[in-house]
Design a protein around this ligand. Structure first.
Ligand SMILES: [Cu+2]
Length: 160
């Protein structure tokens, strides 16, 4: 009689442990939903890529620094206090090899100009859009008003 009680108790504990373990194993998959791809950033890739650009003294900030080849829209906002411009130049040169001309970048020797938002169109507080078609490569985004390039107003964009 004593033995059978012990046996029953042991069996109960083992079943309880097994039940707990089994329970845990069952809840794990329930906690991992399958809808993780619902916020895909590439949803609009067929219509081109939009890059938000913020210009300030003295830098450019891009919402993304690598984009797929094809139509690209630069939506550029001048959040600085003074006018700026934005020139897009396709170049293979690294930053330290970009040629200067006085206190400006020598745009002709730096590479091939793809597009530009001029100073008159990018005064303080203004947002202007530049639409271009970009092939794979490296692009320099630069403000080439006197001194602005040297002061840091340039960044690179990679197109894949
Ligand atoms: Cu500038």
């Amino acid at each position: 009689m004593k033995t059978s009680i012990k046996f029953f108790f042991l069996t109960a504990v083992v079943s309880l442990l097994w039940a707990c373990g089994n329970d845990t194993a069952q809840t794990t998959p329930a906690n991992s939903p399958t809808a993780t791809n619902s916020n895909s950033p590439n949803a609009t890739s067929t219509a081109g890529t939009k890059i938000q650009v913020t210009a300030t003294e003295m830098k450019f900030q891009l919402s993304q620094s690598t984009v797929p080849a094809g139509p690209v829209e630069f939506e550029t906002t001048n959040k600085g206090k003074i006018p700026h411009e934005m020139v897009v130049i396709k170049t293979d040169l690294p930053l330290d090899k970009l040629p200067l001309e006085g206190d400006k970048l020598d745009e002709d020797k730096a590479g091939k100009e793809i597009g530009e938002i001029e100073e008159d169109d990018l005064k303080s507080g203004v947002t202007k859009t530049l639409k271009v078609n970009l092939t794979p490569g490296k692009y320099l985004i630069v403000c080439n008003l006197p001194g602005h390039f040297k002061a840091g107003m340039r960044t690179f964009l990679t197109v894949q």
